[in-house]
Design a protein. Structure first.
Length: 283
């Protein structure tokens, strides 16, 4: 018997290469390749067009950095002290505001809401100027300590944000924890203090660290109230050096690097806390 061969019509025709459909994976590789090529081209254009000699003189002037070296340790210490003072006041007041916001007493909720909305809606610079100039004149009191001015001004603004963060943390505590504590005979106040608030603080640790970073940067506003040489913060040192030196932006570059010395470790701590608290670990 002779084998019957299949007709050629049964074999599907092979499409030309130009008409073949590109797979999604290959399309993504092409798109990434185009993006990398565009990025490399942009870097090359910027590198060729930049006057690197001028950039080095303006941003990396060793003489200006050496002139600032003597003032930076004190300025760095003052910046940290102002930040901690503001955070302490903000955390204390923010905790009270958060509890007032969740209170069953209507006037407490209204007062807390009014405070939070007011201080979240106005610039922090206005509050700093108020405590530096307006409050002493209006109330007839003198605030001699710069730490007190920084702590009160920035702390009152920070309290509004911390209160909202804590309120969200308190509401995130499982209700079963509260019910279990009450079933054991704990009073509402004791349940709040020993069960709810500690768990709420654990939940809000990452955003609290971010608030500390924001406070560190907001201390730059304190320089508007007038500071003595021993009270200078980092921004004041950079601004004075910028006005008196010929090194261009080197002063601001050095001050920015000092701020990064504070904020980068805090950012790493925030990310570590976020991974730890978000990993489902039980309090």
């Amino acid at each position: 018997m002779t084998a019957i061969s299949r007709p050629d019509a049964a074999v599907p025709p092979r499409l030309p290469a130009s008409r073949r459909r590109t797979s999604p994976r290959r399309r993504q590789r092409i798109i990434r390749g185009v993006q990398y090529a565009a990025l490399v081209a942009a870097v090359v254009v910027v590198a060729v067009a930049t006057d690197w000699t001028r950039v080095g003189t303006q941003l990396f002037n060793p003489a200006v950095a050496a002139d600032m070296a003597a003032s930076l340790p004190v300025a760095l210490k003052n910046t940290v002290v102002y930040t901690l003072a503001a955070f302490a006041i903000g955390l204390s007041l923010g905790t009270v505001l958060a509890l007032m916001r969740l209170s069953s007493v209507g006037p407490y909720r209204w007062i807390a809401t009014l405070y939070i909305e007011f201080f979240r809606g106005i610039p922090a610079l206005l509050v700093v100027i108020a405590f530096g100039y307006a409050v002493p004149i209006a109330l007839g009191v003198r605030i001699e300590s710069v730490i007190a001015k920084a702590g009160l001004a920035l702390g009152m603004v920070s309290a509004a944000y911390i209160a909202e963060t804590l309120r969200a943390g308190i509401q995130a505590v499982p209700k079963g924890q509260v019910e279990a504590a009450r079933s054991l005979g704990m009073s509402p106040t004791r349940t709040l203090v020993q069960v709810v608030i500690p768990q709420a603080f654990r939940i809000v640790l990452p955003p609290m660290t971010n608030e500390l970073i924001l406070l560190t940067k907001d201390t730059s506003l304190i320089s508007v109230v007038g500071l003595l040489p021993t009270q200078f913060d980092l921004t004041k040192v950079g601004r004075d050096m910028l006005n008196s030196a010929t090194g261009g932006l080197t002063a601001l570059f050095v001050v920015g690097a000092c701020y990064l010395v504070i904020t980068i470790p805090l950012g790493l701590v925030a990310r570590w806390l976020e991974r730890r608290t978000g990993g489902g670990s039980r309090p």
